[in-house]
Design a protein around this ligand. Structure first.
Ligand SMILES: [Ca+2]
Ligand SMILES: [Ca+2]
Ligand SMILES: [Ca+2]
Ligand SMILES: [Ca+2]
Length: 1022
């Protein structure tokens, strides 16, 4: 039943679970983990099986969500089989070799980034081999000796600094030998006796004070003896029995902290871990949860509107049903075997078995709140691993590719040498796979200034009826030289220093494209098979849905699932075209389609085709019942289908259209201009349009039109006001930045052609987006003058070689003049640059604190770090390291470069933050009276200074302090600091924008007087 709109409801308190270190046992014979959530005597909370070779259990948090995951280690082959969570199931977090046979696995957070890393301990020699990350590759966290032979390794954070130290336990005399850090050295964290001889050592933070305590588990009697600190003394954290005899002890946080969901959940999408093996190229994701919720309350315009929707549409039932089907889809995908015909024998068919990490991506939880409409994600971890071995065609190719350029590295980068290596690889590839044609890609044209022209070839993958088709997508990057083209000039010079000619650069792109084309050709030619047992194991409701003849009129019926199109407006110009100070990046049209195609054995196609049609407007009634049954968790339900009558799709229904008028903002000479931006959200009902059908009709019940029109009217006035604002800044002395000569320098020109996205009938369209930033120099144009100087810092005639010291000197000169002239405005605070090992960049955008007449933009400092790690199979890291060496980069001049760039940014943001605003006095008087009413500071707010959050974006790893974004692609690693950006409306006298937006945000408050709703109606009619 629809809930009555706008009735405030009591907030319910979330149950809080405290952090807890739990205990458990692993029984190798039955592969069974038995877990208890606290370190006390009592019953087990969870039992599950991890069927994989190996008899040694492992516990660690592989994805950094604060909850420990699991694994087993096979000492005979040094194989790790890792798994997320406590469900029965396969090793979905990675299976790989690391270490030597006969060693013992160790797990700890060596670098304090909140994710557990791995290593091995050799009991014969007391040698530790440690690796950052839970993945295959080099022992890049150190190989060293610590402790005595014939002891057992222990790992723990003895001092509570967030990084694990190490130690050994001697079962013969229960002696502990501990070290604060995971490296060679003395036992500086203690040498003492504790616990049972013959026992197994355990380590855990029993009292949750951040420091690990110790303990022993005696397999002979399943007795645990625990101690709060890593020192000699009594078992002051408990002595009790838990678990079966002759098992192995495990310790960890098996519960984690539950996600704090605020507001009213509209839909939760849960993606089970993906575990795809594409002919030796393994793609794995951690479990991912995306929650859409509506937060109701004062100032939450969209949250209040969506709360009404949640009372009218059974979105929870629908998302439950979707998650059930999605879960089965992922299970089916994970159990698919790919094979490919047409591979001859050779290096790619008979390569030695190995596993190498290609990509590791980690993103901390994202929280986005737009006026009460919220999106939250769980942490995300994606890994891609190349597995070489017999028959692993793609794994073998990628392994060869990433080992193309291994240490010892040359002194200078030689592009011809790289090209010849790539061509050798291509020849090998073509000789061995002569019968599979490469995917077609356009040839690379040699043009002046071109740096890269890379094409991702057309994909045409049929995964059991789930069909992915894309157009070839070309990305082109080029550098133009000329006055004011700073980036183009620097890049051109860098290319010259690397001896890059238009010919060898074009050849490089050509070689990369040819390898990509062959790889995609093999993928497109791959055949799939699914063990028949997988289908028969499905519950009845899902088996019904895999029937090709349930409703499809004929085999080969198609339901589009997702369409994404970004297409050129005139058929020739690039749909994405970015020009930043002489660096030009363009793309070809982007066209991607995911569809479900029915047919015999096309299990995924049938499943998704039938699901997409479950809510058809005039579909068989049994289908809707099936949807409801699955949504309520009843999977034992079957239904009789019918045959779909192809029906004419109804006209699309526009839910909301937001128009942002052209922006023309002059920030002290830095001019930002946009064309009008129009975003349309609509629903398309009809056969196969599950989401469109579920959302159709919403418009007649919820006042989207009214709210949309009111929003657009307020937005339009806001943009007019912003455009008429004059910024000025005090504290600027006289000099070149105050009285630059009149000139206009283009800084950025960004164009994105219309985007069309259609997900099962939920449709988003944009018109072309065009944004320009230009620097206007002249009298009083402080920022315009600074940016103009910067753009012209390094003009032709260009020298022969790039000299980073020279660049630093130019930047330092600019900075000195800037500081001399604007002594009264301090730069925004920016942390000092400290480049770590292998780091080449540390850029910080300082705190922005801008108040545009009550519309406040506030950000935390955002730092981006980039590293080039060299070593075997670190292809990108190796190429970058050599390129940096060729450019004469040293730790000192790279530190100088980041320091200078950060100082410039800090000064510019400091000036922006200090800017004062003025609004022409006649502006307010010219507004319609209703908008004048809406701009009153005391219309809703009782006191000045009240605020409403308009937009809130947080990407944060919480208290762990680790990088919330961390990507490592073949040795090129990029990390960021926490990202926190807030747009607020603050009321007050003269804070016109703040008042206007604060009042608009509060128009749908629960319990509002009818006057305000009337105001909304009037606004909509304006
Ligand atoms: Ca975890
Ligand atoms: Ca770590
Ligand atoms: Ca520590
Ligand atoms: Ca403790």
């Amino acid at each position: 039943m629809p809930r009555f709109p706008f009735v405030p409801r009591l907030e319910t308190c979330e149950d809080r679970t405290l952090l807890a270190t739990g205990i458990g046992t692993f029984a190798p014979l039955s592969d069974t983990f038995t877990l208890r959530n606290q370190a006390t005597a009592g019953a087990a909370n969870t039992t599950f099986q991890l069927s994989a070779p190996g008899s040694l259990s492992i516990v660690g948090d592989w994805n950094g969500d604060g909850r420990d995951d699991f694994g087993v280690f096979d000492a005979k082959t040094a194989t790790w089989s890792l798994k997320y969570g406590t469900q029965n199931g396969p090793a979905d977090a990675g299976t790989f070799q690391f270490g030597n046979p006969g060693t013992v696995p160790v797990v700890g957070d060596w670098n304090g980034d909140g994710r557990d890393d791995i290593g091995t301990f050799d009991p014969k020699t007391a040698t530790w081999s440690l690796r950052f990350g839970a993945s295959p590759g080099l022992a890049n966290a150190g190989t060293f000796r610590f402790g005595r032979p014939d002891t057992r390794p222990v790992v723990g954070d003895w001092d509570g600094d967030g990084r694990d130290g190490i130690g050994t336990f001697n079962p013969a005399n229960a002696a502990w030998n501990l070290r604060q850090t995971a490296d060679a050295g003395t036992a500086n964290a203690g040498f003492f006796q504790f616990g049972a001889t013959g026992g197994r050592p355990v380590v855990g933070d029993w009292n949750n004070d951040g420091r690990d305590g110790i303990g022993t588990f005696n397999p002979a009697n399943a007795m645990w003896r625990l101690r709060q600190t890593a020192s000699a003394g009594p078992a002051n954290a408990g002595a009790f029995q838990f678990g079966k005899k002759n098992t192995l002890p495990v310790v960890g946080d098996f519960v984690g902290q539950p996600a704090v969901a605020s507001g009213n959940t509209l839909a939760t999408v849960v993606l089970k871990p993906l575990n795809l093996d594409l002919l030796g190229l393994e793609v794995r994701t951690s479990p991912i949860t995306i929650t859409v919720s509506a937060n109701q309350g004062d100032g939450k315009l969209l949250g209040n509107l969506l709360t009404t929707v949640s009372g009218l549409v059974d979105l929870k039932g629908a998302s439950n049903a979707l998650n059930t089907v999605l879960g089965s889809t992922v299970d089916l995908l994970n159990s698919v075997d790919l094979s490919v015909l047409g591979v001859g024998s050779g290096a790619f068919d008979t390569a030695a078995i190995s596993a190498t990490q290609v990509l590791e991506l980690f993103v901390a939880p994202v929280h986005l709140d737009l006026l009460g409409a919220q999106i939250d994600t769980s942490p995300i971890r994606v890994t891609i691993t190349a597995k070489a071995g017999p028959g692993q065609v793609l794994g073998n190719v990628v392994t060869e590719l990433i080992n193309l350029f291994n240490p010892p590295l040359p002194d200078q980068l030689d592009i011809d040498f790289l090209n010849s290596k790539l061509e050798d690889l291509l020849t090998l590839l073509n000789n061995q796979i002569p019968d599979i044609a490469p995917a077609p890609v356009p040839p690379v044209q040699i043009t002046d200034g071109q740096i890269l022209n890379v094409t991702v070839p057309p994909l045409d993958l049929n995964l059991l009826g789930l069909v992915l088709e894309t157009s070839p997508i070309t990305v082109n990057a080029s550098a133009q030289t000329g006055d004011g083209l700073l980036l183009g000039n620097v890049l051109t010079l860098a290319m010259n220093t690397l001896d890059a000619t238009p010919q060898n650069l074009a050849q490089l792109s050509q070689d990369i494209n040819a390898i990509l084309a062959k790889v995609v050709g093999v993928l497109n030619a791959a055949d799939l098979s699914l063990p028949s047992s997988v289908i028969s194991a499905l519950p009845p409701a899902l088996q019904t849905l895999t029937n090709p003849a349930l409703i499809a009129p004929a085999p080969g019926s198609v339901a589009p699932i997702l369409d994404l199109v970004i297409a050129s407006t005139d058929g020739t110009s690039p749909p994405v075209d970015v020009d930043l100070l002489g660096l030009n990046i363009t793309t070809s049209d982007i066209d991607a389609h995911l569809s479900a195609v029915t047919g015999d054995g096309q299990v995924l196609g049938n499943l998704l085709y039938n699901v997409a049609n479950l809510a058809n407007p005039d579909g068989p009634l049994g289908l809707l019942t099936l949807l409801n049954q699955i949504g309520s968790g009843n999977l034992n339900f079957t239904t009789i289908g019918g045959i779909l009558d192809p029906s004419t799709p109804p006209a699309p229904e526009q839910l909301l259209q937001i128009t942002v008028k052209p922006l023309d903002l002059d920030l002290l000479g830095l001019v930002v201009q946009t064309d009008p931006i129009i975003v349309t959200v609509s629903t398309q009902g009809g056969d196969g349009k599950l989401l469109g059908n579920l959302l159709t009709g919403l418009k007649t019940i919820v006042n989207f039109d009214g709210v949309g029109a009111a929003l657009n009217n307020v937005l339009s006035t806001t943009v007019d006001l912003v455009n008429s604002i004059d910024l000025s800044v005090l504290g600027v002395g006289s000099g070149s930045f105050d009285n630059g000569t009149d000139a206009i320098t283009p800084v950025l020109d960004l164009f994105v052609a219309p985007v069309h996205l259609d997900l099962l009938g939920a449709v988003v369209d944009t018109n072309p987006i065009h944004l320009t930033i230009t620097a206007h120099s002249g009298q009083g144009q402080v920022l315009g003058n600074v940016v103009t100087e910067l753009a012209n810092l390094f003009n032709p005639p260009l020298p022969d070689q790039l000299d980073i010291d020279f660049l630093n000197q130019k930047l330092a000169e600019l900075l000195t003049r800037l500081n001399q002239q604007i002594p009264g405005i301090s730069p925004a605070p920016s942390p000092p640059v400290t480049l770590g090992p292998d780091q080449f960049l540390e850029l910080t955008v300082p705190t922005i604190d801008l108040n545009l007449l009550g519309l406040a933009l506030q950000t935390t400092p955002i730092t981006v770090n980039a590293f080039a790690h060299s070593g075997n199979s670190q292809l990108l890291g190796n190429v970058l390291t050599v390129a940096l060496n060729t450019l004469g980069a040293t730790p000192a001049n790279l530190t100088g470069l980041s320091t200078n760039l950060n100082a410039l940014l800090a000064k510019v943001v400091g000036v922006l933050n200090a800017a004062r605003l003025e609004l022409p006095t006649d502006v307010l008087g010219g507004l319609p009276s209703i908008l004048q009413t809406l701009a009153l500071p005391n219309l809703i707010a009782t006191t000045p200074g009240q605020s409403a959050d308009v937009l809130n974006l947080i990407i944060s790893s919480g208290t762990s302090g680790s990088a919330p974004v961390d990507v490592n692609l073949l040795g090129l690693q990029v990390t960021t600091s926490d990202i926190n950006a807030k747009l607020k409306a603050i009321t007050g006298d003269g804070q016109i924008l703040g008042n206007l937006l604060y009042n608009a945000a509060n128009l749908l408050n629960p319990g509002n007087s009818s006057t305000l709703l009337l105001l909304l109606t009037q606004l909509a009619r304006l």
